[in-house]
Design a protein around this ligand. Structure first.
Ligand SMILES: *Cc1c(COP(=O)(O)O)cnc(C)c1O
Length: 375
């Protein structure tokens, strides 16, 4: 059995090595390292695959979020609602732009933004909601879209963990994560579901005007060469990363299936154990399993992690500290008791290895060891 890793990028690379090597070699041969044809090819291919009208590539997922928020023309002190239980980048860009992040509690089963908490958090200053599709499953977008319409708010989706996940509306229509709100953002960090071999990100929108603004902001606020009508940043996906992504996008549906199969196998072995809650599947979303995240019940998480680690099995806690408990985001308006669910989750979640190259043997070994070491 090969060594078990949280994410096995090496085995995946070996499987697609000829395609990847050829794609990278082409960039080397032409030396168009920035703004090469691979970048245009990739944005076009991703826009068609999602589908969405505009894909603007960026240097990483955090930049994508920042550029999206910059394009909304918000003022200092305007409030942006984000979930309390997420990666820091979601709230970080809000704070960085002088806007006020307002964090809300999440649902216990899906671990995504709680719709009622969003309603309670809305004030006169609220201008946008940034739902995160955590661990690969969409937040409940239909009620969020309704709230946004009622209060005239923007929705910027953080789809960094959920590329390919489909939201299912009550009339049965489906839209992919990142194409549901006004703007969607994703990351191509190597361990993400569609990962490159360095840093990368993208912004999605169907809105022509927002697309033009974001394109300009990502390029120093420039529309006509050396004329800067708005303040921008420099954020680009480079040609080598785009070349890798062109290859991996062709495999993405197959990769998603492999993740879903691994998750089903985990479920079969772990479901019904009184010390474990397997990941909930929301009726309104498919799950692309960026992470396979258990909730432990009456179990010493550190002891379990230690046992697993001794057996050669990595397991991670995403996320151990909710945003409202982070020093940099301290806000006197909150009390710790406003976030019972994210506090609970941060104490009991455990993510098992999840990637596209897990063998049956590895999964059986992992689940046997989990069951043998919980009590
Ligand atoms: C990875 C991630 C980001 C940031 O992406 P980078 O490419 O690392 O900047 C933002 N939000 C969430 C939820 C993420 O998982």
């Amino acid at each position: 059995m090969t060594k078990i890793q949280m994410v096995d990028l090496h085995t995946q690379y070996q499987q697609i090595k000829p395609e990847i090597d050829e794609a990278i070699q082409k960039v080397l041969d032409t030396t168009t390292f920035v703004k090469g044809p691979q970048v245009t090819e990739f944005s076009g291919a991703l826009a068609a695959w999602l589908p969405v009208k505009h894909v603007i590539t960026t240097g990483n997922g955090t930049d994508a979020l920042q550029i999206a928020l910059m394009a909304l023309g918000l003022k200092k002190g305007d409030e942006v609602i984000t979930p309390d239980f997420t990666f820091i980048a979601t709230a970080e860009v809000v704070a960085l732009l002088g806007l006020t992040p307002v964090v809300v509690d999440v649902d216990k089963d899906t671990m995504n933004m709680n719709v009622e908490a969003v309603k309670r958090a809305i004030t006169d200053k609220t201008k946008a909601i940034v739902p995160v599709h955590l661990f690969g499953q969409c937040a409940d977008m239909e009620p969020l879209l309704k709230i946004a319409e009622e209060h005239n708010l923007y929705i910027v989706e953080d789809a960094c963990q959920a590329i390919g996940a489909e939201y299912i509306f009550s009339d049965g229509t489906r839209k992919k994560a990142g194409t549901i709100g006004h703007i969607g953002c994703t990351s191509f960090f190597p361990s993400k579901n569609l990962g490159c071999y360095g840093d990368g990100g993208a912004i999605f929108t169907d809105d022509d005007e927002l697309a033009n603004r974001m394109q300009a902001i990502a390029n120093h606020g420039m529309t006509v060469r050396y004329h800067h009508d708005i303040v921008g940043v420099n954020s680009r996906l480079d040609s080598i990363q785009a070349a890798v992504l062109n290859v991996k996008l062709r495999h993405l549906d197959e990769y998603t299936e492999l993740r879903q199969q691994a998750a089903e196998q985990y479920d079969k072995a772990l479901n019904g154990n009184q010390h474990l809650i397997i990941p909930a599947r929301a009726p309104y979303s498919t799950h692309v399993f960026h992470q396979y995240t258990l909730q432990l019940v009456d179990t010493d998480r550190d002891a379990l992690r230690q046992h697993l680690s001794e057996a050669g099995i990595p397991a991670m806690v995403y996320y151990p500290v909710p945003l409202h408990r982070q020093k940099a985001y301290h806000d006197a308006r909150y009390s710790d008791t406003d976030f019972p669910v994210s506090n609970y989750l941060s104490n009991c979640v455990l993510s098992l290895p999840m990637h596209t190259c897990l063998s049956n043997e590895q999964i059986n070994y992992i689940t046997d060891n989990v069951i043998a070491n919980i009590e």
